[in-house]
Design a binder for this molecule. Structure first.
Ligand code: PDD
Length: 300
């Protein structure tokens, strides 16, 4: 497996970072997860925009232009055999003597990208849906930043695993639903798809955008507004979205059935629309960017 680390492509076994990297010491960095369908990085421009938002949020200058990121991403995709991959892209504030404040003068950031095969949920899960549990959202107030400091998300997600469930639905202030520990969450009531607004309480999901666009384009009633905890616990359906899970039905919450306990009509419709969109648009879109990293750097 070939990865990219600080200007070089290398086998993952050879990729090393110093122990004083601020990602290791403080979790001081941001990341992106980008799905690749038929060797095309899906919505790369939107992922790079969200990356810029995360970097701005932690006051870390972007080490690359969008054109450079595009070339790097395409080069890494080309070095892997799979048609469908997911890219993990990670930037930290670099290596410096341990001090909470930013290194002064600044040091070079650490940039890491890897590719893994994209394994979408198996047919059984699509059929049965997944279990979820609920928990208070005890994270910070900048959940719109895709920070590598994921300890709260790790602990919240483990709660689901410990309960034999797939995801933890997060409730802020005992009042409204924000998202899942590693996904966005939609509720369905009386045929209307309800999505929490993109604010500081949730990660602005790229898959979330696709779902809302598909709902709008296909006349599916939908609303973007705060979703109350009470609405989550009385929902007819609950859906989960992410780049790697696509869209899944949540069929039990805290051990009780959601609606009739089976994936519902809204899930079936959106799942079908998502798969059609993947086949007709995602797999056929022009590859983002032009020349690869190799050509640009004389390695072509
Ligand atoms: N996580 N909310 C959180 C907290 C997430 O971690 C994710 C995705 C999402 C969905 O965003 P998107 O549709 O852009 O994947 C929402 C990725 C997959 C991860 O951390 O592995």
């Amino acid at each position: 497996m070939i990865v990219y680390l600080n200007d070089q492509f290398m086998p993952i076994e050879e990729a090393r970072i110093p122990v004083l990297d601020r990602g290791f010491i403080f979790g001081d960095g941001v990341y992106e997860v980008i799905p690749v369908y038929s060797r095309r990085a899906f919505r790369l421009a939107e992922h790079l925009k969200r990356l810029q938002h995360s970097l701005d949020g932690i006051r870390l200058p972007n080490p690359h232009s969008d054109a450079e990121w595009t070339a790097l991403v395409n080069e890494l995709i080309s070095r892997h055999a799979e048609e469908d991959q997911y890219l993990y892209l990670h930037i930290t504030r670099g290596v410096a003597r341990r001090d909470h404040a930013f290194p002064s003068p600044p040091v070079a950031p650490t940039v890491f990208i890897m590719s893994n095969p994209l394994l979408t949920p198996p047919a059984e899960l699509l059929h049965s849906g997944v279990a979820a549990v609920s928990a208070p959202d005890n994270r910070w107030l900048r959940c719109d930043i895709k920070a590598i400091a994921l300890l709260p998300n790790v602990l919240l997600r483990q709660m689901a695993v410990d309960a034999g469930a797939a995801e933890t639905i997060l409730i802020r202030n005992d009042e409204f639903m924000t998202e899942g520990a590693a996904s966005n969450i939609f509720a369905v009531k009386n045929g209307e798809l309800l999505a929490p607004p993109k604010d500081n309480f949730m990660l602005p999901g790229i898959t979330y955008d696709v779902i809302l666009e598909l709902a709008a384009a296909n006349g599916i009633p939908h609303g973007v507004r705060k979703v109350l905890a009470s609405e989550v616990f009385s929902a007819d359906e609950l859906l989960l979205t992410s780049s790697t899970k696509e869209v899944l039905a949540i069929t039990t919450l805290d051990g009780k059935p959601v609606g009739n306990g089976k994936p519902g009509a809204m899930f079936s419709k959106l799942y079908r629309l998502y798969q059609d969109y993947k086949r007709d648009v995602m797999r056929k879109a022009p590859s983002p960017g032009g020349e690869g990293w190799g050509e640009k750097n004389g390695h072509g």
